[in-house]
Design a binder for this molecule. Structure first.
Ligand code: SF4
Length: 437
């Protein structure tokens, strides 16, 4: 098969994988606008020093022997199949690199023949790139769960980042929707990567040798293909960050591609807002010191789709506000909607030298429009505010959303509910859309 045909087939098969930051986006060129993005081809990722790099995104093969219900490449689908050779992937990467189109490679693969064989093909590809072609650019490669530990180790010494996708948020869903995958095998390479990295970090510099997965590991979860609530997903992410020191958990709104009775109908819209809320919650855990239990409780296990998780936490815990920004600790400042880590640091620094006034806060990077409901500044607060959480919610969301929400609550549940119950309504609605009941 010609290389161009293989590229076309495999690009189509790779487009639902979002383990790289921008790979889920498609934006065509428009008159008067500059730039376009493709769901496959070149995507972006972040190196350990925070640089954003362009990566050539390739799927090694789509000739999968597994039959995951949610996947376009499952063996029971009748789609064109193709497989690159290691040499072809290495040549393509170098061609793009030499033309300055990319700074690295993002390589994933379906399972061809068996897990070890697939892993060996990926190793062979990276060996050609690193040893024969001298490629020192960034490589993100998918680990193949179930492959021999020695193979995972070899792959890890050739790559900068590895991802081990947990795919679905529970063992039950995995068993049901990915019957060929062993849920326990998924976590094994994660553990191996964490332990090998740790062992290497204890070695003296002269004995370190080549770095093992220097940019760490990441994972991806599909959202909306299975019935787990938002809290369950956030808890898993928290656990993965803590236990395996993951760099990133990616969430991928489920895009229905197969007609399958176990899955939402193909006409179902991907739950993009839910995905967005998960990323916001993820951010809160990584940079704002929130725990999963604070973001979502057992009583309210789903996101409020009208309020971001931080604002939602603040109105649910309104008794902890207002906070005086002149005296609050850094950790408390971080809890205020509209105050980020940089704003909190600026406040801490500025107040060493002078007494703050409300008028100073904007210059310090605080989003007053959001923060005003939750702060005082040396006892001073924005005039005209009502210290009532329901009033705050209605002020934080747009008037159109507010009206829709009120009407929907009344209509759907036959009673005028508190706005605190908004997530109850939204989740019921989403479930109905997703599962058709
Ligand atoms: S292993 Fe499952 S998810 Fe991965 S390509 Fe094969 S069918 Fe798709």
């Amino acid at each position: 098969m010609e290389l161009s045909k293989k590229i076309a087939i495999l690009a189509e098969s790779a487009k639902y994988d979002v383990s790289c930051s921008s790979s889920g986006v498609q934006e065509n060129t428009r008159q008067g606008k500059v730039g376009s993005t493709e769901v496959s081809g070149i995507c972006h990722s972040f190196t350990p020093d925070g640089r954003c790099v362009s990566l050539l995104k390739l799927l090694f093969t789509n000739a999968c022997i597994f039959d995951c219900h949610y996947c376009i490449n499952r063996k029971s689908n009748h789609i064109p199949r193709a497989t690159f050779t290691p040499q072809e992937v290495a040549d393509l990467t170098m061609d793009f690199y030499m033309r300055n189109y990319i700074e690295g490679l993002f390589l994933s693969s379906a399972i061809i023949k068996d897990v070890d064989y697939t892993c060996e093909l990926l190793i062979e590809t990276l060996k050609i790139l690193r040893h024969e072609k001298g490629f020192r650019g960034y490589i993100h490669v998918k680990a193949i769960p179930g492959a021999d530990e020695k193979l995972i180790e070899k792959l890890g010494f050739l790559a900068d980042r590895m991802s081990v996708n947990v795919e679905l948020p529970s063992r039950e869903s995995l068993k049901l929707l990915a019957p060929d995958k062993n849920p326990y095998a998924l976590y094994k390479p994660m553990k191996q990567i964490t332990e090998t990295k740790k062992a290497q970090s204890y070695l003296p510099a002269v004995r370190k040798g080549p770095s093992f997965v220097p940019a760490g590991q990441s994972t991806q979860m599909i959202i909306g293909a299975s019935p787990e609530n938002d809290r369950a997903i956030v808890k898993i992410a928290e656990n993965l960050y803590g236990k395996y020191e993951l760099k990133r958990v990616y969430y991928s709104a489920y895009i229905p591609v197969n007609n399958d009775s176990l899955l939402p109908a193909v006409t179902t819209e991907p739950p993009l807002l839910r995905e967005h809320r998960l990323y916001q919650a993820d951010w809160l855990m990584r940079y704002y010191k929130f725990s999963a239990d604070e973001i979502l409780s057992e009583d309210k296990p789903n996101f409020n789709l009208y309020l971001d998780p931080k604002a939602n936490w603040a109105v649910q815990n309104y008794e902890q506000f207002p906070v005086d920004v002149q005296t609050a600790s850094y950790d408390i400042l971080l809890r205020i909607p509209g105050v980020g880590p940089k704003g909190a640091r600026n406040i801490m620094k500025a107040r060493k030298y002078y007494r703050l006034h409300l008028a100073d806060l904007k210059k310090l990077g605080i989003v007053i429009k959001r923060a005003q409901y939750f702060i005082t500044c040396n006892g001073e607060s924005v005039s005209g505010l009502i210290h009532d959480p329901e009033w705050v919610i209605s002020s934080l969301i747009s008037s159109r959303q507010y009206e829709t929400l009120k009407a929907a609550n009344t209509q759907s549940l036959g009673e005028q509910l508190s706005l605190f119950d908004v997530e109850r309504f939204e989740h019921t609605k989403n479930k109905e859309l997703a599962y058709g009941n």
